[in-house]
Design a protein around this ligand. Structure first.
Ligand SMILES: [Zn+2]
Ligand SMILES: [Zn+2]
Length: 452
């Protein structure tokens, strides 16, 4: 029978790194980086150098010492000797760092299996952030699409798309020698593509799984109102409606559902959505994958913000080659200052400086990203600056957000419907909460193996 070893994602939200062994097949379900990875030792400029490989991480036990897994370069100066890998593949559920952030450590020969959308997102990020976004030079990346089964040795794997806060997210049904195992990845069912998650649940139910690895990000929260993407869109629209000046919004660049909520809210109120060149690049490179996305090169409701170049002009040659493509859609602080009430503008933390040029009056700001980003300990420093800037310019602050993860109630219903024999909670800090939802729960511990 199969076994599961939890190198990450057990008793914690994120960092999924789960080894599935069955007969002679060995695969990993995701290979992510934990949130707050290493922050108890490293801070600001006190960081391991890239040239150190895994030496420093092994020292603090931050990365598991597993043989025949890591690349030669990563193992230099570590107690582990390099050996040919014995892993048949890593299947990636989606492109969030807590699911693929540690891929740079593993041997380049190990095949990676990724959804075609997730792969595109990794390519986009690599282009936009070449100095710090690096998943390694993997020799063999295999794309998959929803419901197209693929095999790794005798294991038959069916990926099924799910809705999450990033496009290209999948759950999996894995046919092992002893029956089917379901892996949910991260999912939700309260957004515009809830139909995808429902399809996954349907397939998983038909598979009559003997085990299910189920995410439980929101098991820790008390039952509360489960805000939907539709409600977020309505709230954003209401704020825009009541605003006399410019409305700024912050949301993650990869959260395409949220982009659509802002885009639609701006349109409903006769305003133009202003995005920076990076977000424009993301949208332009996902448009062949996501049919509802407006064309940033054509759409009259979107303009692309160019900040003043170092030459103190807006001369094309002063910008990166990839961002010059949107020059035809250019808008500058000078344009916006003339009629700020015509615009809704996406604003990142690192673009706050633009407020000095924009000099907003009667402005509003909508923070539309995960709560713990603002309230989490690691971001206290950032939060202070957001507040200082908002205060300085007299900008009214709002929050409008809904989670990328299923509510406790939705998880309960999903578990009931799929009805696995064994339920294994992952990606949660409250695994014991699952005991209330199923009669046969096995709680995994980090570094330990569950024999099925
Ligand atoms: Zn996750
Ligand atoms: Zn995720």
């Amino acid at each position: 029978m199969a076994s599961l070893t939890f190198y990450g994602g057990a008793g914690e939200i994120g960092g999924n790194k789960i080894l599935l062994k069955d007969l002679d097949a060995k695969i990993y379900l995701d290979f992510g980086e934990e949130f707050g990875f290493g922050e108890e030792y490293f801070w600001e400029y006190l960081q391991p150098r890239a040239a150190n490989g895994l030496e420093v991480y092994f020292e603090f036990g931050l990365v598991p010492k597993v043989e025949k897994l890591y690349s030669k370069a990563m193992l230099e100066r570590t107690p582990l000797d390099y050996e040919e890998p014995d892993i048949d593949g890593v299947i990636i559920s989606h492109a969030h760092s807590d699911h693929l952030g540690h891929l740079p450590f593993i041997d380049e020969k190990i095949p990676l299996y990724m959804g075609h959308g997730a792969r595109r997102i990794t390519e986009i990020y690599r282009k936009l952030y070449p100095s710090f976004y690096n998943l390694g030079e993997h020799e063999n990346i295999v794309d998959f699409s929803s419901k197209e089964k693929f095999s790794i040795k005798h294991l038959e794997i069916e990926p099924v798309h799910v809705e999450h806060s990033i496009p290209g997210a999948y759950g999996f049904i894995i046919k092992t020698s002893g029956g089917n195992i379901v892996y949910t990845g991260d999912l939700r069912m309260h957004g515009p593509r809830a139909d995808m998650t429902r399809e996954f649940i349907e397939r998983a139910k038909e598979a009559k799984p003997y085990a299910m690895l189920c995410e439980g990000t929101r098991m820790e929260s008390e039952s509360e109102h489960n805000f939907t993407e539709g409600e977020v869109g309505d709230k954003v629209s209401q704020i825009i409606k009541g605003a006399n000046g410019i409305v700024f919004g912050y949301f993650s660049m990869s959260n395409i559902d949220r982009f659509m909520s802002f885009y639609n809210a701006a349109r409903e109120n006769g305003r133009i959505l202003v995005v920076d060149t990076r977000l424009a690049y993301v949208l332009n490179n996902l448009k062949d994958k996501i049919s509802v996305l407006p064309d940033v090169l054509e759409d009259e409701n979107i303009r692309v913000y160019y900040r003043l170049a170092k030459s103190c002009t807006f001369c094309e040659k002063d910008y990166y080659v990839w961002e010059r493509e949107f020059m035809g859609r250019k808008i500058t602080y000078e344009d916006i200052r003339k009629n700020p009430e015509k615009y809704v503008m996406h604003l990142n933390f690192n673009k706050l400086m633009e407020l000095v040029y924009l000099q907003p009056k009667d402005a509003h700001f909508i923070y539309s990203s995960s709560e713990h980003f603002l309230e989490g300990e690691g971001n206290e420093e950032e939060k202070k600056r957001w507040e200082a800037w908002m205060g300085h310019f007299g900008i009214e602050f709002h929050k409008a957000h809904c989670s990328g993860h299923a509510s406790k109630e939705d998880l309960g219903e999903m578990i009931k419907e799929i009805n696995p024999e064994i339920l294994i909670p992952i990606h949660t800090s409250k695994p014991e909460e699952f005991l209330k939802l199923h009669k046969n729960v096995r709680i995994p511990k980090k570094g330990e193996t569950i024999e099925l």
